[in-house]
Design a protein around this ligand. Structure first.
Ligand code: AFD
Ligand code: MN
Ligand code: MN
Length: 413
C-alpha cells in the first residue's frame, strides 16, 4: 500500500474521530503500548491427531523461535514477549537465551508447565497429574511446576500458567471429588513455591484430551480454586475453551468484577479448542470482550496492567508467522474499535432502557474501519505499514527454508 494511500485514509479517519470529540494521539499511544505475548509453540505447524503438515523453515530450537518472534516484533510492533513451554523450551544457557531475547526486544511472559504428556519422566501422566490417584505422580507433577518456576525466574518471567488435561474418559473412571481435592492440594503446594511478585494463571477447558470430565472445566471451578490458593492466583481465559455459544464477554466482566482475571490466551474457534487465528471467525465477540476490558478497567474493577495478553494458537494450514501477523492485527483492531465506544452514552442508554440506542453505540464503534489508526500506531513505532506484504515481498519464508531446511520441524514433543 502506498504511503499516500495510508496518509489519506488516516487523515479521513482522524477527521471523523475528532468530529466525535476523540483524542487521536491518545488513541494511537494506547494502541502502540498494547503488546501481546507470542507462544513459543506457535512458530511451527501445529497439527492435529490426524496428522501434521510441516511448513518448512520452522524453528528447530529456542533460539530460532526467538528469532522468529524478533521478526514479528520488528515488523508489527505488536509483541514484545514470548510465553515458553517446558520441557519443550528448556534453555541450555539461561543467561545466553536472556541476552538473545533482549537483543531482539523480547521479554518472557508467563511460563507454561506440561503435565499432559509423557516425555521421559519417571511416572506416567496417562491417568492424570495433579489429580492422579497415586500421590507419587502428584508429587512429580508438583515438582515439575516448581522447576518451571525456577527456569522462569532465571529468565525474568513473572507468571506460571497451569493448564491441566486431567480428567476422565468414562463414567466411574475417576472420583470427581477426590480429583478436585487432590488437584487443589497439589496447586497449593505449587502456589507455596510462587515468588511474591509472580502470579499463577489457572486455565480451564471443558473437554479434550479427556472426553467425559475435565477436573477444571470452567471459569467457576478455576475461580473457586484460585480463592483457596490466594490473591496471586487468577483465572486464565483461553477463548477456545468454552462450549459453543458461551457468553465469554460476560465471563470476562464477572472475573474483572471479582479482580480475578489473570489474562488471555487469544485464538478463535467455530466448534471447540480449534486454535484458529484470533478474529478469523468471531470478530464481534472479540470486540465485545475488549468493550468489557475497557469498561472494567476504566470503572476501576481491575487494573489493565494486571492482565496478561497472550496468543495461544496452533496452525495446520497457514504459515505460522503469517497467522501470527494476522492475529496480532485482529487483536489490535478489536481493541482500537472498543476504545471508540461512547461509554457515557452507552450507560445513559442502559439507564433509560434504550436497547436500540445501546446497540447503535456499539455498532458505531465496531463498524468503524480502524485499520488506518492501527497502521499509524505501527508506523509511528517504527514498524512496517503492511507487515504481511513486507513478509511476502522479502520472501522471508523462502529464506528460512534455505537456512533451516525444507522439513525443519519446531522443537516440541
Ligand atoms: C493447548 C491447551 C491449552 C494450553 C496450551 C499450551 O488446550 O490451551 O494453554 O495447549 O499448553 O492448547
Ligand atoms: Mn491455552
Ligand atoms: Mn487450548
Amino acid at each position: 500500500m502506498s504511503t499516500d494511500f495510508h496518509n489519506r485514509s488516516f487523515s479521513l479517519l482522524s477527521e471523523q474521530l475528532v468530529s466525535k470529540g476523540m483524542d487521536v494521539e491518545s488513541l494511537i499511544s494506547k494502541i502502540a503500548k498494547f503488546q501481546i505475548a507470542v507462544p513459543s509453540w506457535a512458530l511451527g505447524a501445529g497439527g492435529t491427531r490426524f496428522g501434521r503438515f510441516s511448513i518448512g523453515g520452522e524453528p528447530r530450537n529456542l533460539e530460532e523461535k526467538l528469532e522468529d518472534i524478533g521478526l514479528l516484533a520488528k515488523i508489527t510492533k505488536r509483541t514484545d514477549a514470548v510465553s515458553l513451554h517446558i520441557p519443550w523450551d528448556i534453555p541450555q544457557d539461561a543467561e545466553a537465551v536472556k541476552q538473545k531475547a533482549s537483543s531482539l526486544g523480547i521479554g518472557f511472559d508467563a511460563m507454561n508447565s506440561n503435565t499432559f504428556q509423557d516425555y521421559g519422566q519417571t511416572l506416567s501422566y496417562k491417568m492424570g497429574s495433579l489429580s492422579n490417584a497415586d500421590s507419587l505422580v502428584r508429587a512429580q507433577a508438583v515438582e515439575h511446576n516448581l522447576q518451571v518456576i525456577e527456569i522462569g525466574k532465571s529468565l525474568g518471567s513473572k507468571g506460571l500458567t497451569v493448564w491441566l488435561a486431567d480428567g476422565s474418559n468414562f463414567p466411574g473412571q475417576a472420583n470427581f471429588r477426590n480429583s478436585l481435592q487432590w488437584t487443589t492440594d497439589s496447586l497449593k503446594e505449587i502456589y507455596a513455591g510462587l515468588p511474591s511478585d509472580w502470579k499463577l494463571l489457572l486455565e480451564y477447558k471443558p473437554y479434550e484430551p479427556n472426553f467425559y470430565h475435565t477436573v477444571i472445566p470452567d471459569w467457576g471451578t478455576s475461580a473457586l480454586i484460585c480463592h483457596q490458593l490466594g490473591d496471586q492466583a487468577k483465572v486464565l481465559v483461553d477463548l477456545g475453551h468454552h462450549l459453543p455459544n458461551t457468553n465469554i464477554e460476560q465471563i470476562v466482566a464477572t472475573l474483572m468484577h471479582l479482580d480475578l482475571l489473570a489474562g488471555f490466551h487469544f485464538n478463535d474457534s467455530k466448534y471447540g479448542d480449534d486454535d484458529l487465528s484470533t478474529g478469523s471467525i468471531k470478530p464481534y465477540q472479540l470486540f465485545l470482550i475488549f468493550c468489557e476490558l475497557i469498561g472494567g478497567s476504566s470503572d476501576g474493577a481491575q487494573a489493565w496492567d494486571s492482565i496478561s495478553w497472550m496468543i495461544d494458537a496452533s496452525h495446520n494450514v497457514k504459515d505460522p508467522i503469517e497467522d501470527l501477523i494476522q492475529a496480532l492485527e485482529a487483536i489490535s483492531q478489536a481493541y482500537a474499535k472498543a476504545l471508540l465506544v461512547d461509554r457515557k452514552k452507552l450507560s445513559q442508554c442502559q439507564i433509560e432502557g434504550d436497547v436500540v440506542g445501546a446497540q447503535e453505540v456499539l455498532q458505531e464503534a465496531f463498524l468503524t474501519d480502524v485499520r488506518a489508526l492501527v497502521r499509524e500506531a505501527r508506523i509511528q513505532s517504527g514498524g512496517e505499514a503492511d507487515p504481511l506484504a513486507f513478509y511476502r515481498r522479502e520472501k522471508i519464508r523462502e529464506k528460512l527454508i534455505a537456512k533451516r531446511g525444507k522439513n525443519a520441524q519446531a522443537s516440541g514433543l
